[in-house]
Ligand binder design. Structure first.
Ligand code: PAF
Length: 284
């Protein structure tokens, strides 16, 4: 399976696929593919004739002090995994290819959606994601694109972007894939020490506890948030970045009494990793 590194090669291959009447699926990634990405590629292969997996560690979505240079990279391993599932091409452009000399256009989803949750801790992050994704949508022109609910806010930002720019791409959002012990899969899990790997279970465990309390009739937003914050704060290796509750899927404000579908999101910092996780609970 080919790895295309230039826009010209990639669009040439796509033109041939389109002439053959093939539908096109895009699974955008930053590489270091794991079973979460595999589930996206599998869904894409089931629904499209020609699946492109993009592998690009996008510098514009990292702030200067973040992990851009440390971010894990293994293109050959990623290529083999994508191929084994049935993808037809990997698109792995260089930074210069995506942001050539003189590049000066940003695509930004404004308003409150990009200012809350991860947007509060990483104020320039989503602008980088929406800029690079607009480039990918224009290069690949996919019929469908696949995102994970693990980055639940990112998925809603994508919905906003596609809607607002009338981009004719169908957005598919797939469930979080977890390790046997419930840790959400993330390329950043490799930054955890052995002790932190154990401590990181505080994310899924406290979210499960919150779900349990809601299922038992608790409706107080403050009580659920206190439970989450206390759980994370009782874990010595973990530092709480945020615990938040919003309505789902629009991520609008909830009342003091929770109802309908709610999104509960957590971000927790360890020495080298900042991990996120979330659950959606339907309160009817
Ligand atoms: O979720 C990611 O891996 C990235 O944010 C994405 C969507 C590939 C854009 O760089």
């Amino acid at each position: 399976m080919p790895v295309y590194q230039t826009v010209k090669e990639m669009t040439g291959a796509l033109a041939a696929a389109r002439r053959g009447g093939l539908s096109i699926g895009l699974v955008p990634t930053m590489g270091a593919l794991h079973e979460g990405h595999a589930s996206l590629i599998r869904a894409a292969c089931a629904e499209n004739d020609y699946v492109v997996v993009s592998v690009f560690v996008n510098p514009t979505q990292f702030a200067p002090a973040e992990d851009l240079s440390a971010y894990p990279r293994d293109l050959e391993k990623d290529r083999r995994l994508a191929e084994a599932i049935g993808a037809r091409a990997v698109f792995a452009p260089s930074v210069e290819e995506m942001y050539p000399e003189g590049d000066s256009t940003w695509v930004e989803v404004g308003g409150r959606l990009t200012g809350l949750l991860c947007g509060r801790s990483r104020p320039t992050h989503f602008r980088g994601v929406t800029t690079v994704m607009t480039k990918f949508f224009n290069i690949i022109r996919p019929d469908r694109t696949y995102f994970g609910q693990k980055d639940g806010q990112q998925a809603q930002v994508m919905r906003r972007l596609l809607t607002d720019l009338f981009l004719p791409v169908e957005l598919k959002i797939l469930p979080i894939v977890r390790e046997k012990d419930d840790l959400a899969l993330s390329s950043r899990n490799i930054y955890l020490s052995e002790d932190e790997r154990r401590a990181a279970l505080v994310l899924s465990r406290s979210l499960k506890e919150a779900r349990g309390r809601l299922e038992n009739g608790e409706r107080s937003r403050a009580a659920i948030l206190d439970g989450l914050k206390n759980a994370v704060q009782s874990e010595p290796l973990a530092v709480l970045d945020y615990a938040e509750i919003y309505n789902f899927p629009d991520l609008g404000e909830t009342g003091a009494e929770l109802s309908g579908q709610v999104f509960i999101g957590l971000a927790v910092k360890f020495s080298r990793a900042r991990l996120i996780d979330n659950i959606v609970v339907d309160l009817g």
